[in-house]
Design a protein around this ligand. Structure first.
Ligand SMILES: *Cc1c(COP(=O)(O)O)cnc(C)c1O
Length: 417
C-alpha cells in the first residue's frame, strides 16, 4: 500500500522557502478528523470520553482544537496540568494518571477537580494526607500474568504501573470506607497495537473485573478507562486500526455485561495520544550532506533531538522525498538517513530505499504529530525547532518558534560574556 503524504509537495516546498528547516507541520483538518473518529466509534456508550494523552503533543494550539471537539485531557505531570489550567480545562475533563507522584502534583490535580487515577494502593493515604480525598477516585490495574500478550512492550509483570488484582479489591474497599463516592477502573498495558483482539480481550478482562468488584466490594464503578495504545500504521504495508469497527466489537463485549443478572453499566473512557495526533504531523527536514563510505549516508538538518523514536527504539517512520525540482523519475538507492548528533543511533532510516537525493532536497517524515516534538531534547546543543499549523482556513500559523542560543543558556545562573 502506498503511504500518502497529508500535505502537497508544493505546499511543503513553499513553506520551506519561508521558514528555516527543520520544522514540524501539523494539519488541523486531520487532527479534527481523528478526534471525531473516537467520538463516533464510541457514541453508543453513554458518557464516553476520549482523554487525549497530553504527553503525546502538549502544544496548546493543538489542545485547543481537541478541546473544541469535546475531548478531555490525560495529564501525568504538574506542567501538563498547568497547561490545561491555562486553557480553562478542569473537573471531569482532566484525568490525572501518573506514577511515583510528587505530592505537589496531587495538590494541583485536586485543586483542578481532575479525576485522579491512583497508581498504587498506598497512594490513597498519600492523597488524603496531602490534598484530601476527592469524591471520585480511579485505580490503575496491572493485570500481571493475565496479559502476557502485551510482551511486545514489556510484560505487565515487569511493568511498574498499577495495582495487582488482589490489591484492586482492597483499594476499592478502602476508598469506600472513606468518603469516596464514585469509582473508576483504569488499565494501560500496551502501546502502539494494531491488533483488534488485543483491545477486545482487554475490554473483556476489565468488564469482568468491574463485575467482580461490584459484587465483592459493593461499590458502583461509574467509568472504565481502557487507556491508550491504539496503534498507528507507521509502515506502508500495515493495516490501520478500524476504530469504528473496534468500537462495535467493544460494544458487543459491553452488551454481555450490561444486561442480565448482575448487570453492570458504566461510561467508557479512552486516553489515546498517538492515534489522535501522529498522522496529523510531519517533520520537514532538508538534505545537507551526502556521504559514501561503507554505506551511503544522507545527512539532514534534523536529528534525533527533534524526533527521537527511530533512534530510541528503532521505530519506523515513513519518509517522503520532495525534490527541489520536479524530477520525479529518479532511480532509487539504499541509504541511511542521519542527523548530526554524536551518537550512531541518530538515524531516521536505516538501509531504506529512497529516490537518489541531492543536497537541498526536502524530506517529510510522516506520522510525527505524536511523541515527536514532545520527546525532543537539547543534548549536544541541539535546539528545538519550530512548530507550524495549517489551519482549516488554509492559513499557516507558527504555533511555537524555534529555540535560540538565548533559550539554551536561559537557565544558567552565571552570566557568560
Ligand atoms: C502514554 C500514555 C498514553 C497514550 O499512549 P498512546 O500510545 O499515545 O496512545 C495513555 N495513557 C497513559 C497512562 C500513558 O502513559
Amino acid at each position: 500500500m502506498e503511504k500518502k503524504l497529508i500535505f502537497s509537495d508544493e505546499f511543503i516546498r513553499s513553506l520551506a522557502d519561508e521558514y528555516p528547516t527543520p520544522f514540524y507541520l501539523y494539519d488541523e483538518k486531520t487532527l479534527r478528523k481523528n478526534a471525531k473518529l473516537f467520538n463516533q466509534a464510541f457514541s453508543w456508550n453513554n458518557g464516553y470520553k476520549e482523554y487525549f494523552a497530553v504527553k503525546a503533543n502538549p502544544n496548546p494550539e493543538l489542545l485547543k482544537i481537541l478541546q473544541s471537539e469535546g475531548l478531555g485531557f490525560d495529564c501525568s505531570s504538574l506542567p501538563e496540568l498547568q497547561i490545561c489550567e491555562r486553557l480553562g480545562v478542569s473537573g471531569a475533563d482532566i484525568m490525572f494518571t501518573s506514577n511515583d507522584t510528587p505530592a505537589a502534583e496531587y495538590v494541583k490535580a485536586k485543586e483542578l477537580n481532575a479525576i485522579i487515577n491512583l497508581d498504587d494502593i498506598t497512594d490513597l493515604q498519600v492523597l488524603e494526607d496531602c490534598a484530601g480525598l476527592p469524591e471520585v477516585i480511579c485505580f490503575r490495574w496491572n493485570p500481571g500474568e493475565l496479559r502476557e500478550v502485551a510482551s511486545v512492550i514489556g510484560n505487565p509483570v515487569e511493568a511498574k504501573y498499577g495495582l495487582t488484582t488482589p490489591q484492586i479489591f482492597d483499594a476499592f474497599a478502602a476508598a469506600k470506607s472513606k468518603s469516596v463516592k464514585r469509582f473508576g477502573l483504569h488499565t494501560m498495558v500496551a502501546s502502539n497495537l494494531l491488533n483488534e483482539d488485543f483491545f477486545t480481550t482487554t475490554a473483556e478482562l476489565l468488564f469482568d473485573l468491574v463485575k467482580a468488584i461490584e459484587l465483592q466490594v459493593g461499590v458502583d464503578i461509574s467509568f472504565v478507562n481502557m487507556g491508550g495504545g491504539f496503534g498507528v500504521a507507521y509502515k506502508p504495508d500495515q493495516e490501520p486500526l478500524d476504530l469504528v469497527r473496534l468500537g462495535q466489537l467493544i460494544r458487543a463485549e459491553y452488551a454481555k455485561f450490561s444486561a442480565g443478572d448482575h448487570a453492570v453499566q458504566f461510561a467508557i473512557f479512552t486516553e489515546s495520544g498517538r492515534l489522535v495526533a501522529a498522522e496529523a504531523g510531519v517533520l520537514v527536514t532538508r538534505v545537507i550532506h551526502r556521504k559514501d563510505i561503507y554505506r551511503t549516508y544522507i545527512g539532514v538538518d534534523a536529528s534525533m533531538a527533534n524526533l527521537m523514536r527511530p533512534g530510541m527504539y528503532g521505530a519506523y517512520h515513513h519518509i517522503s522525498t520532495i525534490s527541489k525540482s520536479d524530477s520525479k523519475n529518479r532511480s532509487e538507492e539504499k541509504v541511511d538517513v542521519v542527523g548530526s548528533l554524536c551518537e550512531n543511533c541518530d538515524k531516521f532510516a536505516v538501509e531504506r530505499m529512497l529516490p537518489v537525493l541531492e543536497i537541498g532536497d526536502l524530506l517529510a517524515i510522516h506520522d510525527a504529530g505524536a511523541h515527536g516534538y514532545s520527546m525532543g531534547f537539547q543534548y549536544n546543543g541541539k535546539l528545538r525547532c519550530a512548530e507550524l499549523l495549517l489551519e482549516e482556513s488554509g492559513n499557516v500559523k507558527m504555533i511555537r518558534r524555534a529555540e535560540t542560543f538565548d533559550d539554551y543558556i536561559a537557565t544558567l545562573d552565571v552570566n557568560i560574556p
